[in-house]
Ligand binder design. Sequence first.
Ligand code: N01
Length: 898
Amino acid sequence: MPDAAVAARASEATSDNTVQQVDIAVVGAGFAGLYLLHRLRKAGFTTVVLDEAGDVGGTWYWNRYPGARCDIQTIDYSYTFDPELESAWKWSEKYATQPEILRYLGFVADRYDLRRDIRFGTRVKAATWDQAAERWRLTIDRGAGISCRHYIMATGCLSTPKPPEIDGVNDFKGEIYFTGRWPHEEVKLAGKRVAVIGTGSSGIQAIPLIAEQAAHLTVFQRTPNFALPAHNGPAPADRVALLESDRAGYREQARWSLAGVPWPQNTVFSWQLSDAERRERFEKAWATGDLVCILTQLWADQGGDPDGNALVAELIREKIRATVKDPEAAAALSPYDHPFGAKRPCLDTNYYATYNRANVTLVNLRQEPIKSITATGITTDRRSFDLDVIVFATGFDAMTGAIMAVHPITGRGGKSLSAVWANGPQTYLGLAVSGFPNLFMITGPGSPSVLSNMIVSIEQHVDWIVDRLAAMRETGFTTIEATETAQAGWERHMADCSMLTLHRLANTWYTGANVPGKARGVMPYTGGVGPYRAICNEVVGRGMLGFRLTGPDGRQQCNDGEIVRLQPDVRLVLNMLAEMKLPPIETMGAAGARAFVAQFNAARPAGRPVGDVVDGTLPGTDGLLPYRLYRPATPGPHPIVVYFHGGGWVLGDEQSDDPFCRDLCRRSGMIFVSVGYRHAPEHRFPTAAEDGYAATRWIAQHAAELGGRPGPVLVAGWSAGGNIAAVTCQLARDRGGPEIAGQLLVCPVTDATFDRSSYNENAEGYFLTRSLMYWFWDLYCSPADRTDPRCSPLRGKLQGLPPAFVVTAEFDPLRDEGIAYAEALGAAGVPVEQLMARGHFHSSFTMVDVVITGVSGRARMAEALRRFAGLPQTMGPCGEDVRRDRNAPPPAVNAAAE
Ligand code: N01
């Protein structure tokens, strides 16, 4: 279809002075608005779509600069709602050009006869909620306005260009263009001196093509970006074959994937690969020319861990150095200020090689900032450039800009959206805002949107909204509004999710950092497309949780609450476990349960390398006990932590908490000796406790032999191991040593009492169940012995114990006894810090590299251990040294959530 076929066609229905009455008004006629219109119409809603542009296309209408293409392969960047549409359209390239994408949208508009309900060239000037009528009143710049029951912003995430923010723009006598508002007529650059300001995706796509035309091109770069060759051409045969082998399955997989494009989840970690293997993976991904591939397929820790990420970043910088001949330019083009992927990487065609051209100059604004734009060009603080054309590729007021651009939006009680969002966007699910009934956003802030294949996310949002509106109509409800509780919960969940990736570590449009004065925070949902879809479905399944619905007869429905209270990765783990439909562990018998644990542990990510791992035995009270020693890679001698594994005194061994021991060894810079104490039911109470104490004494006496620092040791343990660690401290105090410098108790068992709230609230559904705990207790200890402080340390004397760091998890049956122990220690005058881990479960901290949100908690545990050991500095969450003020007091007893 020729371009002309999608040329501007002004819509009708603008001339008369009557307010147009519709069920639903939509702003935006891009991918989102078009599908929305199609679905709303099919559902029988009267609808009008408004767009300032002269035709359909949304962002693709405006972004017509040379080189504009999509950066998700076009076989994925397509509507999937209609299989017939899929077979009716064939893309010509792997990454379609802007004109082809615009033709596609024109084709869709024609196929479903959409234009007749779109008012082009129409701008919304204000939207006001009329509470009495329960309708939105829209003021527009052409005609009498619109009255609608529901108002939907399909305004796109990257459609409002940000102002140039450079002095003197208006003085320039030459031509000025914005990539985001490129003229429809041809822009002639041949023979001209052209400047491009900005090296994001737009600049990087445009620069090579402008360089081919211009007499001279000067690129003004403030921050270098990572760019990868697109290797454009026909759609890759392997991806096409994958799609065509099972189109419906492929699309469904995309809908449940993390980024909206079906690629398998990576389970191999960088430290499990040799340099050569990493390079091989990298070269393969580089040759693929696919953002999602290189962002997800190298190694499992590339997106969430700075160390794993740094390996990719350096491999890309190597490519830049190999391509750009001038070492100074290569250095300037090499990004060091952000992790790879934390800022949107770009797909390019000959971008870096363009800097080898004689007619291209790179100006590094970090070394010579722009002073001003003058009548004749651009002046930096070192030199002046005479120019005929300046192209601003300076980006967008992303995610919120386009919504704010149709302001004022005034909700219930005169609330203004800009006021509500003054400190950053607040939404429920990125779909709705409390105080703004019947207002929806497609791919709004708080939804996966720009961190996903937009089309998959758009279809999900549109389907969800239209289905809800249809359901409301059926049930007679006329308004729907997010509650404040739900919205605040979503904000917390968003913040939790932001810890899963590295986006928070970069100054980008994802975080609002590109617009001066804009509130900062990760705006898109980083928890992934599939998990997000599951959450939206769950909201419906739980009776529209977090929404208030009202009807004309005074009827109301409101299941208030937070949709996700678990940490996002904990939720995934628990869902996965639930899907496995495992029999309760306590029904497996001790041998069966041990076999299960061994199998379960074999499937987890291998722990990270430490300096040395040594297996040995030590004399216990009744024969030898095995141990595993983890030594840091740093020069010793190191303080020693005696560690006791979890497993209810029945399961596990000295190796079963291997990743946790490795992690704490690395973070704390201390030796961990994990002790294989004896288990029930073969060895019942008090064997485990006595073994723990005996082992600690022996290790303290042989610290130097073990390569450790002589002097006091520390103890640590998780779950039943926390119980043994706590008991060991009491025994050491009462039996004349050894000296213990501190105790780390992670979700410890402290008391054989089962009536605390957490035993009921978290009785089931969080892996460690109440009935499993009953079983452990029964195997370990007869009821008559359970008040003995050697199994219930909370009942012992607590004065004079070493300082403690007590970790408890919100969704753990053992939570309250851990808290009780910490409080009792504090009351007995023992220095104690508490970490109450919000949204975590019993195993959160030991599931290293699975529960990523446990990282900061483990960093704090390591800090506490170092403090107990008197070590002078702390180590940051990712192992980096973080100097702390040695005179500063230790953190106060901390009940804050992690
Ligand atoms: O915008 P950007 P974009 N003085 O914000 C610089 C999508 N997209 O339009 O980083 C000097 O990424 C700014 O520098 P800095 C894609 O998601 C996709 O390129 O702020 N420089 C930066 O270099 C993309 O991420 C495609 O220091 C100034 C650049 O301008 C998103 O849209 C194609 C400046 C802006 O980069 C945005 O991309 C195009 C100033 N005052 C866009 N202000 C596809 O491939 C800003 N800069 C699908």
